[in-house]
Design a protein around this ligand. Structure first.
Ligand code: NKO
Length: 217
């Protein structure tokens, strides 16, 4: 239990590392949350800071999610090999710890303790979590994102479709129960984080790549 709690705390803090915010501060001396969509995600970094900072933020945000899952697995296994838990099979605890760690990383990214519990929309971090758990689901969702983006040039729409695809894939590919629950909960969370985007999509005012930014939420 202590291993699980420690893994969740580390996962949250990894997710909470405010990469997009730091990029704005370091490169332009601005609070990126007051520009564009107000998100700290790679898309808003692209809008406000440009291509290379956006790529860097995207890569680090994916790695945050993957690292949170990897660390949770490593810590749980290591601790259970050191202190043999009485009557507790670590193989039963492990998948649940890993999945809760994935959710903690998503929460950390979009509700960062360093940013007054604001942040991004947990798409890139979600991709990292899903890739680390089951790379076919992650690659499938990423492929849907790529096709949707090429067709629509709207990142938020592509993110919502990719999250939906991840949910479908994790069910179709018959993943273990904890993974299914994680991706369903995480996917719905990411979609819910796009509420303002979805309202703009329905109103026909969501900007395409390269178009003027929406006003901060
Ligand atoms: O500023 O509101 P905005 O227009 O920036 O931003 C909307 C955008 C926010 O997301 C980002 C990150 C972009 C990363 C693109 C990689 C997409 C990979 C798709 C995989 C989705 C897996 C989700 C699984 C959830 C558990 O949307």
């Amino acid at each position: 239990w202590m291993a699980s709690a420690a893994a969740l705390a580390v996962a949250y803090l990894l997710g909470a590392t405010p990469t997009g915010y730091l990029a704005g501060r370091l490169l332009k001396g601005i609070d990126i949350r007051q520009h564009g969509s107000g998100s700290t995600g790679a898309t808003n970094v692209l809008r406000i800071l440009g291509k290379w900072p956006a790529l860097a933020v995207f890569v680090v945000d994916v790695l945050k999610g993957a690292a949170a899952v990897a660390f949770a697995g490593w810590l749980t296994q290591w601790l259970s090999s050191v202190v043999a838990p009485a009557g507790l099979d670590p193989n039963n605890l492990l998948p649940w710890t890993i999945c809760l760690a994935g959710l903690a990383a998503l929460l950390g990214h979009s509700r960062s303790v360093w940013l007054g519990f604001s942040g991004g929309k947990s798409v890139a971090t979600g991709l990292g979590v899903v890739l680390a758990l089951s790379w076919p689901v992650g690659l499938g969702a990423f492929a849907v994102f790529g096709v949707a983006l090429a067709a629509s040039r709207i990142v938020s729409l592509s993110s919502v479709l990719a999250s939906s695809a991840a949910i479908v894939l994790v069910l179709v590919l018959e993943q273990p129960l904890p993974y299914r629950l994680l991706v369903i909960a995480g996917g719905l969370y990411v979609i819910a984080r796009h509420r303002a985007n979805i309202q703009r999509l329905l109103a026909g005012t969501e900007p395409r790549l390269g178009q003027a930014s929406p006003s901060p939420r």
